[in-house]
Design a binder for this molecule. Structure first.
Ligand code: WTA
Length: 635
């Protein structure tokens, strides 16, 4: 196992260098020593980064759930695998052991098979953060169905477009979901979504809130009675290393969300290896990641990574502010959490509250703190370090993406000296490079550029579902032969990386990636709107918030502006989801455009930020006079 876990800084450099010199040998050994295979690979990796074709562990046969569950049963059968902490602190927590998880996943897998789901079918999972979500995901993986988890905060039309894009045959949902003091009508949203989908044959419904719902005859079934009738054991499907494991949608800079496709063996090896090292997980630790399983962080670091390592992973249904701002810390205290992984937006929201909320609880169990999803600002970093970690728990600022499958750049706790706002060093096996505008690699330190990865790693997405061309164009053409992350970064004097943010048209709001194009599309559908442009601007809590510049049609001109703003935001909410609401809306008579008709967003971004110092070259603008006008009308 020692090769699997890095033990010192010296060893980190040793492993890192080995992974550079002999990447095949490096991954071969990790995959070989730490997993159960039906059959090993003929070749470790085969790739063509020009064509965006990558394969790992060729011809190996494996099932990820055998590795997540079955192989732990002998040693850890009675150990808690999933520790479920409900939204309401009065409701008792559930400790689901590895034995129980095995039973529940097998039964669920049998239900899926009984309902006609076969290897390769797509299943949409639209569930709140309850044990059934984890079980449904694992049950799909067990029978080789491709899960597509859609975050249960997305609107009906967002669900419909995702279900249609991947042609899901089944939806698994719940009557409703609890979120803080609210109850969300999940089944109602699914009913509305499915009016626009014709591939879905069955909808399985988990009972959670006891909300009265409609059950469509012949399509909808309660899950519980099916589970009660299901056979207890399930023979896992034998999967090829490159068989698809899941699709997860992420925003793109053009309208349609991208269904990132992850495959089986590479993702398994990578999520397991990175979890073990980045969180320094030890056998009796209680690990908690506060993300939702609807995002990649939840896939890799609530479910797969921890379970592959036989860990105890907390599944939290609630929100940090309910019933009060001490909830996170109450849960840490109650379950003696040792690793705590959250997002800067949550840290900033909690840091705004009285720090007595933190001091009320005993946080001495904590060993490692993690951050993910967006750059963590210095103030939030210090608050996290001082008040939560009491300056004794290292912060791992983990940089990665839906596309990368697992953490790419991060300190290793107790090994890599941390530096506020820096993700520090690449993990073994990861080869980051900074590129300049002329597509040259920038050598040396104290430099900034576009962050690319120049060698494949096992966890990387293999394609965009149904659109390999778009995959290639989005990630492999800006810098031919390299994977382009869409992020800018700087490398300091010792080689530490700091991620400076997106260089494309994606804005990260409260840790959620939002493509500006789909939001603009939604706004433009409003009958009073002619055209719009969305940019991000800095926000105390959310990191970024959305600022919309909107041109009205003549018919909209006479309307009450406050009402219009409300309507537009409701429109965005119902098309994309409440997270995409605009914080500011400015009505303008034109947008700065280049001669080729492209909106010059960097100018709008500067105006939204209130920075008028240097607009750069605006000589290519068709209508430079509009810049002054927008500036004057700024909110
Ligand atoms: C940003 C989340 C700075 C980045 C796992 C990336 C970060 C995007 C960090 C991916 C970090 C994520 N520091 N920026 N530690 N982690 N990002 O796909 O812009 O939801 O490209 O994956 O989040 O977001 P995604």
């Amino acid at each position: 196992m020692s090769y699997y876990q890095v033990g010192s800084l010296e060893q980190y450099f040793k492993h890192y260098n080995k992974s550079l010199r002999e990447p095949r040998k490096f991954w071969d050994r990790i995959a070989d020593e730490n997993f159960t295979w039906y059959q090993k690979w003929d070749k470790v990796v085969e790739f063509d980064m020009q064509e965006a074709e990558v394969k790992w562990f060729l011809n190996a046969k494996v099932n990820i759930t055998k590795n997540c569950i079955d192989r732990h049963l002998a040693k850890r059968g009675d150990k808690t695998a999933i520790l479920f902490e409900p939204n309401n602190p009065e409701e008792e927590a559930q400790h689901i052991t590895y034995n129980q998880l095995y039973d529940r996943v097998c039964k669920m897998a049998n239900v899926l098979r009984d309902q006609g789901i076969q290897k390769g079918d797509r299943v949409c999972i639209y569930l709140p953060m309850i044990p059934e979500l984890a079980i449904a995901v694992l049950a799909c993986a067990r029978i080789g169905a491709i899960h597509s988890v859609v975050f249960a905060g997305f609107s009906a039309s967002a669900v419909a477009s995702r279900v249609n894009d991947s042609g899901c045959k089944m939806v698994i949902t719940a009557d409703g979901g609890f979120r803080g003091s609210k109850t969300i009508d999940l089944k109602g949203i699914i009913d509305e979504a499915l009016e626009k989908c014709d591939t879905v044959e069955n909808v399985l419904v988990v009972k959670r809130t006891n909300t009265t719902i409609n059950m469509k005859e012949g399509r909808d079934k309660w899950l519980q009675p099916l589970l009660e009738e299901a056979q207890p054991n399930n023979v896992a499907e034998i999967m090829d290393a490159e068989d698809p494991l899941f699709i997860l949608y992420t925003s793109g800079s053009t309208g349609k969300p991208k269904g990132m496709l992850h495959t089986t063996a590479g993702y398994m090896v990578y999520s397991a290896y990175t979890f073990k090292n980045v969180f320094a997980y030890q056998e009796n630790d209680v690990y908690w990641c506060t993300a939702d399983i609807g995002w990649i962080t939840g896939h890799s670091y609530i479910l797969y990574g921890p379970l592959l390592n036989g860990a105890t992973t907390v599944l939290f249904e609630g929100v940090p502010s309910y019933p009060d701002f001490g909830r996170f810390w109450e849960v840490v205290d109650k379950h003696k959490v040792t690793q705590f992984y959250t997002a800067p937006t949550a840290i900033r929201a909690l840091a705004k509250e009285n720090w007595e909320w933190v001091n009320k609880y005993d946080l001495s169990s904590l060993k490692v703190l993690g951050s993910v999803g967006e750059p963590i600002n210095e103030e939030a970093w210090h608050w996290y370090n001082d008040h939560v970690g009491k300056k004794k728990s290292p912060i791992v600022d983990t940089w990665w993406q839906t596309e990368t499958g697992g953490i790419m750049i991060s300190p290793l706790p107790f090994i890599t000296p941390t530096k506020p706002t820096y993700a520090t060093l690449p993990l073994p096996g990861v080869q980051p490079v900074l590129m300049d505008d002329k597509r040259n690699e920038i050598e040396g330190n104290q430099v900034v550029g576009s962050l690319c990865i120049k060698f494949p790693w096992p966890g990387m997405a293999r394609t965009i579902w149904g659109d390999h061309q778009r995959f290639k164009e989005t990630y492999f053409t800006a810098f031919p032969g390299k994977y382009f992350t869409g992020d800018g970064a700087l490398r300091d004097e010792v080689g530490y990386y700091r991620i400076t943010g997106r260089v494309d048209d994606v804005v990260i709001v409260s840790g959620h990636n939002l493509g500006t194009a789909p939001i603009e599309d939604a706004i433009n559908e409003h009958p009073a709107v002619a055209e719009s442009a969305i940019v991000g601007f800095p926000h105390d809590v959310k990191g970024n918030a959305l600022y919309g510049f909107i041109i009205l049609k003549e018919t909209g001109e006479g309307r009450d502006r406050d009402n219009l703003m409300k309507e537009i935001n409701e429109h965005v909410s119902s098309h994309i989801g409440p997270i995409a609401k605009l914080d500011k809306i400015q009505f303008v008579s034109g947008l700065p455009k280049t001669r080729s008709g492209k909106i010059m967003r960097r100018i709008l971004r500067k105006i939204a930020e209130g920075d008028y110092s240097n607009f750069g070259d605006i000589s290519t603008l068709l209508n430079p006079e509009i810049v002054e006008e927008i500036k004057e009308g700024k909110l």
